[in-house]
Design a protein. Structure first.
Length: 267
């Protein structure tokens, strides 16, 4: 089962009297669509969410009427519609940090011949909300909207290192439940990230997420309107050996983030 999707039981009722279960179920339907999956049928949506198929049918009908889904008669399936895009665009447009950070991000991307990105936490993932790539031929092809795991990437681990203890422990427990087989290795990587962050102010991922990708990450701190965000600088491992991350790009990314915090009026 996808750890990014909440699974609902047939008789689930929230203990929170203010929690609207029907709304939550509708939003989980929208989360089922992944990059590269244009269409999904009600049966697949029901399987991914654990919501009974008759309820899924009512939800997809409602979401279609509201403009968040579109139905294909020829496919007999649903796809995301422009209403979802409008919500995402409004969120991005209100992130002041993107406009402030973009020039410095592009400068560092060109210097490193890599990519520099800004991401926000969404459950157990980081989602790119801004990304600058160098003009080099070989670079990462991740763009705005791309998702990367929180547990094995420099950006994600940097975000984890910045969290209050209670929230950190909560996420660590969910990371463990999502991948118990690899949990010992993942835990060691996060513990190393904590040491690196305490000593240097940045975290590294050297082949942990993908064996050929190396990166550094730094969290955004103390900005009242911009919560749970972090920057990274990453690219092919042959361009970014560990020594370059430790001695050059890591410190440069720390400087970039501290400047962004100052320009935004860090509190």
């Amino acid at each position: 089962m996808d750890s990014e999707i909440r699974v609902f039981g047939d008789d689930e009722e929230s203990k929170d009297r203010q929690f609207v279960n029907a709304l939550a179920r509708g939003l989980e339907i929208l989360r089922c669509f992944r990059p590269g999956e244009a269409y999904l049928a009600n049966a697949e949506l029901a399987a991914r969410t654990g919501i009974p198929k008759p309820t899924v049918s009512r939800l997809t009908h409602t979401l279609t009427k509201l403009g968040y889904l579109a139905y294909s008669e020829s496919q007999g399936q649903y796809r995301l519609a422009s209403g979802v895009l409008a919500l995402g665009y409004s969120m991005l447009a209100n992130l002041d940090v993107r406009d402030i950070a973009r020039p410095a991000m592009q400068e560092l991307a060109e210097y490193s011949r890599a990519s520099v990105s800004l991401g926000v936490r969404d459950r157990l993932s980081m989602v790119y909300v801004e990304s600058c790539r160098s003009s080099a031929r070989v670079t990462l092809q991740l763009t705005v909207g791309s998702r990367i795991p929180i547990a094995t990437t420099a950006m994600g681990k940097a975000l984890l290192c910045s969290l209050p203890e209670r929230e950190f422990d909560y996420l660590m427990d969910h990371i463990r439940l999502a991948d118990e087989e690899n949990w010992p290795r993942i835990r060691l990587g996060i513990e190393q990230a904590q040491r690196d962050y305490a000593e240097r102010g940045f975290c590294m991922s050297v082949g942990e997420w993908h064996q050929d990708i190396h990166s550094v990450g730094v969290p955004l701190l103390g900005i009242e309107r911009e919560k749970s965000m972090a920057f990274n600088c990453g690219g092919p491992g042959f361009l970014l050996p560990r020594e370059k991350l430790e001695n050059d790009l890591g410190p440069r990314l720390v400087q970039l983030v501290r400047k962004v915090e100052t320009d935004m009026g860090r509190v």
